[in-house]
Every structure is written in C-alpha cells, then in structure tokens.
Design a protein around this ligand. Structure first.
Ligand code: AMP
Ligand code: MG
Length: 470
C-alpha cells in the first residue's frame, strides 16, 4: 500500500474501550468521488508532506473508504433544546481512525455523510454538499480567529441527490472527514447514566483523562475533580473565543459539546452581522435558546447537566466547586480577548474594564457591523490616535452618541501602554481582526457559484483570504 493515509500508524484508543461504546459499521458506496477540498495545512501535523500526497490518496481513503480497520459509529445521547433524547448516536458518521500527531496529541478522523448506521433512524446518513462546504469554511475561519476548533481534512462530492426541507432539493451530496481531538461528547456520558452504568462512566472518564488531560495523573485520588475543573476552564475559554469572534454556534445541545472543550459540528452556525445578543443562527430555534448572547449561559448549563452522570463516580461537592469558577474564568478570558481585538495586551491598566463596557455600548448603538468595526480599527490605526483622541476612527460613520466617550477612554488606555507595547498595537490589531468575515451573504455567494455554475473558484478564493487574514 503506498497510500500515505492507509499507512499511518493508527491507534486503537477508543476501539480498545470495547463494544459498550460503539457499533462497528461499514461506509456507503457512492456513485462518484470528486475531491472538492483537501486540507494541506493539516498534513504536516500527521507527518505528511502535502506535495507527496495525491488527490487519489484522499479519494481512496476518505471517499472509497479502502481500509482494513473497523469503522466505529459512536454511541451517545443528549439534551436537545432542553429535552433528553436517547435516540442519538453517529447516524451519518463514524470514527474512521485515530492518529498521533507530531505534536504528540491524539487526533480523530471522524466522517460526516458516510452512510447509514444503526443510529440513522429514518434518515439517509448523508451530508449535503452545502452543509460540507459550510463546515469546511467554519473550521478554517474559526481556526484563524484563534478558536479551539475541529477542522476539515477532506471534502469529497459523492454524486447523489438528496432531499432536504431546508435546502432547495434535490441537492448535491458529499462526505467529509473531520479532524478533531475527540468525538467523545457530554452526551456520551449521559447515555451511560441513562443505562445506569457507573462502571462504564468510570472507564470512559479514565480514558478521557489519560488521552486528553495528560497533565492530570489518573492515579491521583483527586483526578476526577481536577478533570472537571479543567473542563470548566476549557469550556469557559472556548465560549469567550466564540463570543469575541462574533460566532454563534447555533445548536449547543449536549451531544455537540466535546469532552475536550473543543468546538465542533457546524450546522446552522453564523457569525453575527450586528452586535446583537438576540441573534439566533438556527431557524428552528424558535425560543432563541442558543442565541449569540446566551452562549456562555448555555455552556455553563451543559456543564451543570454533565454533573448528572459524573455524580455516579465522584462527589457532588467537587463538581460544585469546579463549576463555581465558570463565570469569572469566562469574564477574564473574554476581557483578555476583547482587549486584544483593541490592540491591547496589558490588562493591568485599570481603565480596560470600562473600555470593554464602553466598546460594547458603542457597538450596540452604532450602525456599524461587529466585524466592520474591528476590521476598520485594524485598517486605520495610526500613531496619531495616541496624540489626538478625536482622530480615532474619524472617517468611519459610527453614528453613536457614545463616540466621544469611547474615543477618550480608548485614547486614555493606549497612551498608558508601555513604549514597547505601543509599537505593537498595529500588529496586534491586524492579527486579531481579519478583513474578511465569514458572514452569511459571503457563504451564500460562494455556494451560489457552486450550485449554479459548478464554479469552485470563489470558494478557493475565500479560503485563501481567510487563511491570509486579509
Ligand atoms: P446534528 O444535528 O448533525 O448534530 O445531528 C443530530 C443527530 O441526528 C445525530 O445523532 C446525527 O447522527 C443524526 N443525523 C443528522 N442528520 C442525519 C442524517 N441525514 N442521517 C442520519 N442521521 C442524521
Ligand atoms: Mg451533532
């Protein structure tokens, strides 16, 4: 076998846990295999040289699924929009394999759209091409924004016609490989609680700590408390990353929460156009449960729900004392990230707290979009701003009665920066605020070129822009 993907050194971490956690499945056979996206940026992590990996290698491994390993549909339940659903699990995907990266992390190759499994219920096990294109873009954009996210390794169009209620149908099909730290979810634990199997919870928890929390010793008597406290911190950090990036995940059900604190599964997500807490990404989220502004609250609630299964193997006090820290951890990370978007990495300056408040007030009132505000800051920053506060964003129509107050405060903070950091403001601004945002109309126009003309150039161009932070 010369296919580098088939020759990788696959580990059997999850498989070794035994059949209580998954169901072996086979992949669907597709009428066509057209490689639409290959993520060359991920190949070096796998120790592969992109120049030596052929398109055909992707197609054989991730479209035709030539493999000698078992594919595992993972079992999980979850709270969906607040209701417990025991009829979940990998219904259109499976764990293709697990590989150790050159960074020594273990990574999952997870499929999406690879055919039916015992968990498909009455659905087709397929992924629409538009859904795949949207997930590729989300992963790349979020990664560039510094969000701890899964990414897409490959996207292969598979030549079938799908029928969907939320896309003009028939619509095109694809199969995707998701590259992520793990596909173990909060819902994986919820299922084991439902099955009344504390023994299986303990085994899974030990596995999670061993592979994904390597700084915690599984032999330590406090290891579960330490794990939960670290998970709380990782989720708080992730939520702050979403919020500062203006990202609304859309479906924060517990089956979409990774036990590693990584962001994944991008369905109806959207980046917010205006700074509006009520903005809701999923059209079916009638109650606005997972709107942009609810995300910290919903993530904290999901962490609280996870206490139900974890209580089977650890003390409620340890869980309580872990969750207590969520609010201040979230606030601190959010403050830090928002200051970075303003070009500031010195958080000791006391006025930065007020600056955060005034910036969000300005954004609420102003007619400028969330993205444009920060993109303009990055584009128009000059050292004159440190001399005269009225020149800050002077040519940008902000239309806000708070403008002067905000300019003064921003000026006050900038002038207090130590000289070496004053020099860095422009670079920090440009690094934290890309010029291209993945707003819905941008994705739609890329998709229309694909749908009407089979023109993939706008998609490629958008990826290039996102990756160069242009
Ligand atoms: P998601 O909304 O993608 O997080 O999926 C929620 C649940 O529905 C998971 O158990 C999926 O595997 C399942 N599911 C979603 N779409 C399909 C489909 N087309 N075929 C089979 N199962 C699906
Ligand atoms: Mg999901």
């Amino acid at each position: 076998m010369t296919n580098p993907f088939l020759n990788l050194n696959y580990e059997t971490a999850l498989e070794s846990l035994g059949k209580d956690y998954y169901h072996p499945v086979t992949a669907a056979e597709f009428p066509a295999h057209i490689l639409r996206f290959r993520n060359n940026e991920l190949l070096p992590i796998l120790g592969l040289n992109p120049k030596l990996v052929k398109d055909e290698d992707f197609i054989e491994a991730f479209g035709k699924f030539q493999s000698i390993r078992p594919f595992l549909a993972l079992c999980y339940h979850g709270y969906q929009f607040g209701q417990y659903n025991p009829n979940l699990g990998d219904g259109r995907g499976f764990l293709y394999g697990q590989v150790r990266g050159i960074d020594n992390n273990l990574y999952d190759f997870g499929t999406k759209g690879s055919g039916q499994t015992p968990y498909s219920r009455f659905a087709d096990g397929r992924l629409t091409l538009k859904g795949g294109v949207r997930e590729v873009l989300a992963g790349e954009a979020l990664h560039q924004l510094g969000v701890n996210t899964s990414r897409t390794l490959s996207l292969i169009e598979t030549g079938e016609s799908l029928w969907r209620g939320d896309e003009p149908s028939p619509t095109r099909s694809c199969v995707m490989i998701r590259f992520s730290r793990s596909h173990i979810r909060f819902g994986s634990f919820e299922r084991l609680h439902y099955l009344k199997r504390p023994d299986l919870i303990e085994k899974l928890l030990n596995h999670v700590i061993y592979y994904y929390y390597p700084n915690i010793d599984v032999e330590n008597k406090d290891c579960y408390a330490m794990f939960y406290a670290e998970l709380v911190e990782r989720v708080a950090k992730l939520t702050a990353q979403w919020m500062s990036s203006g990202f609304c995940h859309g479906v924060l059900n517990t089956d979409n929460m990774s036990i590693t604190g990584e962001s994944f599964d991008y369905g109806p997500y959207a980046f917010i156009p205006d700074y509006n807490f009520d903005f809701t990404a999923a059209y079916f989220d009638y109650a606005k449960r997972y709107c942009y502004g609810h995300q910290p609250l919903m993530c904290k609630l999901n962490l609280e729900m996870l206490q139900i299964p974890l209580k089977m193997v650890m003390s409620p006090e340890d869980l309580e004392s872990g969750l207590i820290h969520f609010d201040h951890l979230y606030k601190d990370y959010y403050h830090q990230l928002m200051m970075k978007k303003l070009g500031i990495i010195n958080l000791e300056i006391p006025e930065t707290k007020d600056l955060l408040k005034e910036t969000t007030n300005l954004l609420k009132e102003s007619s400028i979009s969330y993205h444009d505000f920060f993109a303009e800051l990055a584009k128009s920053f000059n050292h004159g701003w440190l001399e005269d506060s009225s020149t800050i964003l002077e040519n940008v129509p902000l239309n806000s009665s708070n403008l002067e107050k905000w300019q003064n405060l921003y000026h006050q903070v900038l002038t207090q920066l130590p000289p070496e950091n004053k020099e860095k403001i422009g670079n920090i601004l440009r690094d934290s605020n890309p010029q291209t945002a993945l707003l819905r109309p941008v994705i739609e126009s890329v998709w229309e070129a694909i749908a009407y003309e089979d023109n993939w150039q706008p998609f490629q161009e958008l990826l290039t822009k996102i990756r160069k932070k242009e």
